[in-house]
Design a protein around this ligand. Structure first.
Ligand SMILES: [Mn+2]
Length: 281
C-alpha cells in the first residue's frame, strides 16, 4: 500500500525486545513519501549494557537508508534513548534530516507537532535513575514473556498473551501516568494553535480526538508493534502489525501480516494489552 506518510517510534534497535521482523513486514507492506522516525529508534541506553544486534535489525537500518536514498523524505526526531542525536538538530546525515521536533502539514492542511515526548514525562525528566531502573525491569519482563510465548506455542494454546502487557495493565499508577503524559501534550498543542500531536515514548499507541485537537501516539516495536500512517487525503490511521501466532501456523493459513488496530474497547477481548505504562520509556 502506498501512503503519504509513515510515523514510527520506539523501535529500540540494539535490544533483545526489538521486533525487527515485524517492522520489516510492515515496511514491506507500506511505501510512503515521508517517513518520520519519532525517537528511541536506536537504544543507546541498552547498548551500554550489552548490544543485541540481529541481521533483521541490520536490515531495518538498510531499508530506511535505502528509502532516503530513493527520494523519500526521512526525518529522525531523537528520543531519550537516542538522545546523543539531539546535538545534531538541523543537521542532515546523508539523506536523513535530524530535528528535535517538526510541524508536519498533512494533505488536508492539518498541522501536527511531531516530537518524541519524553520532555513531557515527569518521571524520565526529573528521575532519570528511576527510568533506568524501570528499563532494566522491563527488559527482564519482555524476556520472560518471550519464553512464555514459546511455551504457549508448544502447548498449542491459541492467541497471544503478553506478560509485560498484563503487568502494565494492572498497574494503576501507570494508567494515571499515561493520562498525565497525554494531558500535557494536548495542552502544549492547544497553546501552539496546532491541530494535533504525533509522539511516541510511552509505548502506548493511540489515535484519539480530544476536543478540538487529536492525540496520536505511534506505540512501539517492542510489545505492541504499531505505526501511524497518513493516507493521501490526510486521514490518519493506526496500523497494528503484531501477528501473534503466525509462527505456529502453516504459511498458507497465515493471515496478512498487517491488520488494522483494534479499538481500545476490543483490546481486552483480543487478549492483547497494548497499553504500556512502564517506565521503560
Ligand atoms: Mn522514549
Amino acid at each position: 500500500m502506498h501512503v503519504r506518510s509513515i510515523f514510527i517510534s520506539d523501535v529500540h534497535l540494539g535490544t533483545r525486545g526489538c521486533q525487527a521482523d515485524r517492522l520489516l513486514d510492515f515496511l514491506r507492506d507500506y511505501e510512503s513519501d515521508h517517513l518520520f522516525l519519532i525517537g528511541d529508534i536506536i537504544d543507546f541506553w541498552a547498548m551500554n549494557r550489552g548490544i543485541h544486534w540481529t541481521p533483521a535489525q541490520n536490515t531495518v537500518v538498510q531499508k530506511i537508508l535505502r528509502r532516503a536514498r530513493h527520494g523519500q523524505r526521512v526525518m529522525l526526531i531523537p528520543g531519550n534513548h537516542d538522545e546523543a542525536m539531539r546535538e545534531y538538530d538541523g543537521v542532515s546525515f546523508g539523506d536523513i534530516e535530524v530535528r528535535l521536533e517538526h510541524i508536519h502539514v498533512a494533505a488536508d492542511g492539518k498541522r501536527y507537532l511531531l516530537l518524541h515526548g519524553d520532555e513531557f514525562d515527569q518521571v524520565t525528566r526529573y528521575h532519570r535513575w528511576l527510568a533506568v531502573l524501570g528499563d532494566v525491569g522491563y527488559n527482564l519482563l519482555v524476556r520472560v514473556n518471550a519464553s512464555l510465548s514459546r511455551l504457549r506455542r508448544l502447548l498449542r494454546r491459541p492467541g497471544y498473551w503478553s506478560l509485560a502487557g498484563y503487568a502494565k495493565s494492572r498497574v494503576k499508577r501507570a494508567v494515571s501516568f499515561i493520562f498525565d503524559f497525554e494531558d500535557s501534550l494536548i495542552h502544549a498543542v492547544r497553546e501552539r494553535g496546532l491541530d494535533g500531536v504525533i509522539c511516541g515514548h510511552i509505548h502506548s499507541a493511540a489515535l484519539r480526538p480530544v476536543g478540538d485537537v487529536v492525540y496520536v501516539n505511534c506505540g512501539d516495536w517492542v510489545d505492541s508493534c504499531t505505526a501511524i500512517v497518513e493516507h493521501h487525503d490526510g486521514r490518519l490511521e493506526l496500523v497494528r502489525a503484531w501477528q501473534p501466532v503466525a509462527a505456529a501456523l502453516p504459511a498458507a493459513t497465515r493471515p496478512h501480516a498487517v491488520s488494522p488496530a483494534p479499538t481500545l474497547d476490543e483490546l481486552p477481548q483480543a487478549g492483547v494489552a497494548c497499553n504500556d505504562g512502564s517506565w521503560r520509556l
